[in-house]
Design a protein around this ligand. Structure first.
Ligand code: GLP
Length: 237
């Protein structure tokens, strides 16, 4: 693991963008793995100013809520569209988000895995981290070999994400998420975290034992993982 400590969230975005552009630049039809949440927003802002042929880049989202209408402002379809597709100028036809309203959800998970494979795999995966150490929506106790599947959100994650909804009850209970095995297949991983709310999870990910209790700790075994954090998120390292 390469650990980079930056001064603040804006600097985290710039340094993460450097790592991502270096990885994408080497491919003719690059595949970017994209994350939602507030953490990668400064990264997307920095990426938008980089001279990449964004129309040629395919993108795969990590996860989506089950049962939230696509047009809901907090559906990951919407969030990815606004924060990533429109901001970077991606071709919407090349942007893939799991369909949390599919009639056959397990079939949708398999289809999504196949689509990643057919695109040649993910060149660089952007990640945030949950305060409980989750990546994507792989909550504690997720299997390290897991693939895209349906998961139940923990009360803590639903509480953390309630800030995006008008009431805590509105936060969906289920989601589709890429598995830890899927994420580990990405050729490069860039995880960003900011703020003291993430300090314990960052320390457990980087310095703790590799344990399913802290799903992000599996990244200690990734061949090319870069962790970019601000000083507040690094304070327990
Ligand atoms: C969400 C997403 C994750 C994200 C995490 C942290 O639930 N599924 O991909 O990394 O929680 O979110 P934030 O960056 O807003 O703290």
């Amino acid at each position: 693991m390469e650990i980079v400590i930056a001064r603040d969230a804006a600097a985290v975005g710039e340094l993460a963008a450097d790592a991502i552009v270096a990885a994408l630049g080497r491919r003719s039809e690059p595949v970017l793995g994209v994350a939602t949440g507030s953490s990668p927003l400064t990264t997307y802002r920095a990426l938008a100013l980089r001279p990449i042929e964004w129309r040629t880049v395919a993108a795969f989202a990590l996860d989506e809520y089950v049962g939230l209408p696509e047009e809901h402002p907090q559906s990951y379809h919407r969030v990815i569209d606004v924060e990533v597709t429109q901001r970077l100028g991606l071709d919407p036809g090349r942007v893939h988000v799991p369909n949390g309203n599919a009639g056959d959800l397990s079939g949708e998970c398999e289809r999504f895995e196949r689509a990643i494979r057919d695109a040649g795999g993910v060149d660089v995966q952007i990640l945030g981290i949950g305060s409980n150490g989750h990546i994507g929506f792989n909550e504690p106790a997720s299997s390290f070999g897991s693939r895209t599947r349906i998961k139940t959100l923990t009360p803590r994650t639903r509480r953390d994400n309630a800030r995006f909804f008008s009431s805590p009850e509105e936060v969906p209970v289920h989601c589709i998420t890429q598995g830890l095995g899927t994420i580990m297949d990405a050729r490069r991983v860039v995880l960003v975290a900011t703020g003291d709310r993430k300090a314990a999870a960052v320390a457990a990910m980087v310095e703790g034992p590799v344990s399913a209790r802290v799903p992000a700790s599996i990244l200690q075994h990734h061949r090319h993982a870069t962790i970019v954090v601000d000083e507040a998120a690094a304070e327990q390292l």
